[in-house]
Design a protein around this ligand. Structure first.
Ligand code: IPD
Ligand code: CA
Ligand code: CA
Length: 256
């Protein structure tokens, strides 16, 4: 079986667990906004054991794992079992399973699955990006006419204030803003032209690893605040969009 197909099947399995959820109770990890549910743990365990069967010599880094060192070394899966946990707990129905496969720090395959819309976003390096078998492309809309997604850094209190200050400037320079609550889906929506750009001042590798390949394979750009490709070993600010919107977004964020 092609690795990408196996990853898609496991993402669907994770999605089925998400859809089976009721009476979700959350426990705090690091603070009020940082929550984990039994479903995050169950989805991660299903995916971890499935990936170990698919490719036994690859390592596993998951948001809910204890040992999350060096995704950039060798073969490694980087997994967010439920991206958009707050949405999941609120039954807002906008969350996704995200699975990336990296070789020496380069994402080779990525899948992001939204079980509520039954949308499977996927990409294989050099082969384009797709949603449910239809090829997707970033928009060619400049910032001035763009709808821009933002992430509000719920786990970094100081960055939340800075984000809202940047958003107050940004909304004067674009058509409108969106805050979806799943960074993985924000990146896929950017790849599909549903958003014209996206930024969040700090994300973890499992939030953006799969989405980063989906964006670039859709003709888009993903950078840190310096305009460089973000690595996967430590959290990073993320700016994504089309080749017209990203330079304008970077300029605005640099002025903050
Ligand atoms: C979060 C979501 C959210 C973003 C946060 C992420 P989680 O992931 O992607 O949209 O704003 O920064 O941490 O905790 O729901 O997996
Ligand atoms: Ca996440
Ligand atoms: Ca998560």
């Amino acid at each position: 079986m092609e690795l990408l197909q196996g990853m898609e099947e496991l993402a669907r399995e994770g999605g089925r667990i998400m859809l089976s959820a009721h009476h979700i109770s959350a426990r705090e990890k690091t603070g009020d906004a940082d929550l984990v549910t039994e479903y995050d743990l169950a989805v991660q365990e299903t995916i971890r054991t499935g990936l170990a069967r698919l490719l036994p010599d690859a390592r596993f880094v998951g948001e809910e794992s204890k040992d999350n060192r060096s995704p950039s070394e060798g073969k490694c899966f980087v997994v967010d079992p439920i991206d958009g946990t707050t949405n999941f707990i609120k039954n807002y129905r906008h969350s996704a399973v995200s699975i990336a496969y990296l070789e020496n720090g380069q994402v080779e395959r990525g899948v992001v699955y939204d079980p509520y819309q039954n949308e499977m976003f996927c990409a294989k390096r050099g082969k384009g990006a797709f949603v449910n078998q239809t090829q997707i492309f970033c928009s060619q809309v400049p910032l001035s006419h763009g709808v821009i997604g933002i992430g509000t850094c719920p786990y970094y209190v100081d960055l939340r204030t800075k984000t809202l200050a940047a958003a107050a400037q940004l909304i004067k320079q674009c058509q409108d803003l969106r805050r979806g609550g799943s960074a993985a889906l924000d990146l896929c929506y950017t790849a599909a032209g549903r958003l014209d750009g996206f930024f969040e001042l700090q994300l973890s590798p499992w939030d953006y690893a799969a989405g980063s390949l989906i964006v670039t394979e859709a003709g888009g750009v993903i950078t840190n605040l310096e305009g460089n490709f973000p690595g996967f070993d430590v959290p990073s600010p993320i700016v994504a969009g089309n080749p017209l919107s990203v330079p304008s977004l970077l300029k605005l964020l640099a002025s903050m």
